[in-house]
Ligand binder design. Structure first.
Ligand code: AMP
Ligand code: MG
Length: 340
């Protein structure tokens, strides 16, 4: 298949909306990561997404909507908490899960009785959704298991020849996927993101964190969010998450880097501005300031893609709260929970 590579101007957005309406699949920018979209009402189109990504069939897709009220046809009934949250966080990096209506395809939800909805905070994405006039099922536009794409060139590298078009809208503002919150029972964060537990709790009161956020699933344990059980975000190198306070981390990384190199490995450090001088001549990619976890989030996936060609990646860890929790969730999955 020939993949069109299109700058995101008005004409090309309309062209991509037409591709979606006629059953094709299109990668488009959002504020979190690039999505790979299909008409959520067209089972054949949705199947193309699973195929192009190599995504396991039991991992449900998020439906992207152009305005909050579209939930009324997609949920079986709309809970009060939905509108409270939508009025503060939509459009934005928050995905809300509730029981699905009969009109939602079982292929999109991978047979779950629930559906995940999000209104992205990106003008290109919103124009595309408004023009398509249907909910758009869209997971991240990468091959399953690789880091999510934050630039159109990442999508091109993974997806050229496998999808109908790529809309290039530049670099994603946030760089990691949305917060996923289930509104069933006590609201529960299934995947942390830029919208934090504290921000959600300020609007709806008690919010809990799913156990699987910072842990591998125990054997026999059911994933609340099926995506959590798969290995994710991995470059072709072993990633290690290195723990300690700012100075301990720097010392540990330098020590392990030198040992790994002595035994023939090619190492790279995902570092902070604060520690970068300490690492001296060792290879490093700076993620940002340790005081600004959002910078670490924005750079992580792109940096992991730059690590292909190395054997060993040593990455600084952050405190597990606020945006730091979202960063640690992605880092631990990229490392397969290998820590030092
Ligand atoms: P991605 O499309 O790559 O951003 O991944 C979407 C995430 O949302 C995955 O971790 C899915 O398992 C999760 N998700 C989507 N729909 C549901 C749902 N109905 N119930 C639970 N998790 C969901
Ligand atoms: Mg993904």
């Amino acid at each position: 298949m020939k993949t069109l590579y299109l700058p995101a101007n008005k004409e090309n957005i309309l062209r991509c909306a037409d591709i979606i309406k006629s059953g094709g699949i299109v990668a488009f920018p959002t504020e979190t990561v690039y999505g790979l979209g299909a008409n959520a009402k067209d089972d054949n189109a949705i199947k193309k997404i699973f195929e192009a990504k190599g995504r396991p069939q039991d991992n449900p897709l998020i439906l992207h909507i152009p305005y909050p009220e579209m939930a009324e046809e997609l949920y079986s009934s709309v809970p009060e908490s939905y509108y409270k949250l939508a009025s503060v966080f939509f459009p934005g990096a928050l995905t809300l899960i509730y029981y699905k209506s009969d009109s939602v395809s079982d292929v999109a939800t991978a047979g779950q009785s629930t559906v995940a909805l999000r209104m992205p905070d990106n003008e290109i994405a919103l124009e595309l959704l408004r023009a398509a006039q249907v909910p758009v099922a869209a997971p991240s536009a990468n091959i399953s298991g690789t880091p999510s794409p934050t630039k159109a060139e990442h999508v091109y590298n993974d997806m050229n020849g496998r999808i109908d078009a790529i809309l290039d809208g530049g670099e994603c503002k946030i760089g990691i996927e949305s917060t996923v919150l289930s509104l069933i029972g006590t609201p529960t964060i299934l995947r942390p993101g830029a919208v934090t537990k504290e921000m959600l709790a300020a609007v709806i009161g008690e919010v809990q964190l799913s156990k699987s956020i910072l842990q591998p699933l125990g054997s026999g344990e059911e994933a609340l969010s099926p995506g959590m059980k798969y290995k994710h975000y991995s470059p072709n190198a072993q990633v290690y998450a290195v723990y300690g306070n700012e100075h301990e981390i720097a010392n540990k990384i330098a020590y392990h880097y030198d040992n790994f190199e002595k035994s023939g490995n090619r190492c790279v450090i995902l570092s902070s501005e604060e520690n970068s001088r300490f690492y001296g001549e060792r290879k490093q990619i700076i993620l940002g300031s340790r005081k600004k976890p959002e910078e670490f989030c924005k750079r992580l996936f792109s940096a992991l893609r730059e690590c292909d060609g190395y054997t060993t990646v040593l990455c600084e860890t952050l405190q597990e709260h606020g945006a730091g929790l979202a960063f640690m969730n992605r880092l631990l999955r990229a490392s397969g929970f290998k820590t030092l």
